[in-house]
Design a protein around this ligand. Sequence first.
Ligand SMILES: Cc1cc2nc3c(=O)[nH]c(=O)nc-3n(C[C@H](O)[C@H](O)[C@H](O)COP(=O)(O)O)c2cc1C
Length: 372
Amino acid sequence: MTKIEMNYMPKSNQSKEIMDRKIEHLKIPLEYDVQHSKNYFNDIKLIHHPLPDVDFEDVDLSTNFFGKKVSAPICISAITGGHPVSKEINKVLAKAAEEEDIIMSVGSQRAGIEDPNLLDSFEITRKVAPDIPIIGNIGIGQISALNFEVEDFNKCIEMINADVMAIHLNILHELVQDKGDISYKLFRKNFQNLRELYKIPIIAKEVGTGFNQDLALILDKLGFDGYDIGGTGGTSFAAIESKRDNFDNQKYTRNPAEVFREWGIPTPLSIIYVRNVSQKLIIATGGLKTGIDIAKSIVLGADYGGFAYKFLQSAWKDRKTGSISYTVKEIRTLKNELRSSLWLMNIYNVNELKGKRDKFVILGELYQWLHQ
Ligand SMILES: Cc1cc2nc3c(=O)[nH]c(=O)nc-3n(C[C@H](O)[C@H](O)[C@H](O)COP(=O)(O)O)c2cc1C
């Protein structure tokens, strides 16, 4: 893996471990293939309509995100924070999101809570993007910890003046990484304390292994305001961990991170499962590659499409040239593809597309998943 120089001394060994992990998480997806082998969006076909009623330019992509208007249902998914390089990446992403008026998420804010010197890698987002909705991010592991303090949640909100907070459920990732959190018994109790204290919308987020129906029912009852269903088909966190060289071969014959790299529920299926039982907001993340995939997500019942890997790639390029041009171009490309998909189906705004059963067919393996 290419080396990146650090001109910052971490506060403690624990901070150093987190920082090393942060930089590896950024570089591994760029240098190795850590994508799931099957992308289930390919099993969905949208139905063409050859006579549009409105002009192409009049197709309206704008929508609302918890009361804030955005230009399109596109979200830059949680990627990073907690390292000087993360600050550069977050700056590019937030500036581009502000310019294009879309939603932006920061990565896990744990590092910012534990080491105040790393706060700026998160704070930069709000500094350069005063107007757009920004989603904060904290892990189920932190919320479930014995020493969890609600004040830490407050710190996350204040760090970026968050509009919404996401709690990520990354249990496979924790299971296959060295010293991961594998006890969540206190989650419900600690979350209920939070829920009573904070009015801010809180969403639950998966990171690439998807949602089932039971989970949506449980989280609806607990008082979550929405879901980023983070399904299988895109970046595999188990695959990322398998490249991190922390497998204990004294203990096991096979690396669990390698064995479990394909584990999870496909993104389109996760959307259907959650929409079957919940009316809450849904962000579809996990393997979306183009604006057509946003349209496919919305027709299945999602409200927004989220992208992590794609924006990691564009921001990495921009970081090197000190501009935001690749990232802005990527957002414009996604918008153009989404607008084109709608127009080609004779749909003139994104709300019109939501859950429209006669606009898609499901084929192949995804059909089998659905009808087992
Ligand atoms: C480098 C990298 C870092 C990530 N860090 C976080 C994180 O801190 N918190 C989180 O909720 N998700 C995180 N994710 C997961 C993404 O937000 C997303 O759910 C997942 O990568 C699937 O989307 P994709 O296929 O577009 O990459 C990360 C993803 C990548 C690629």
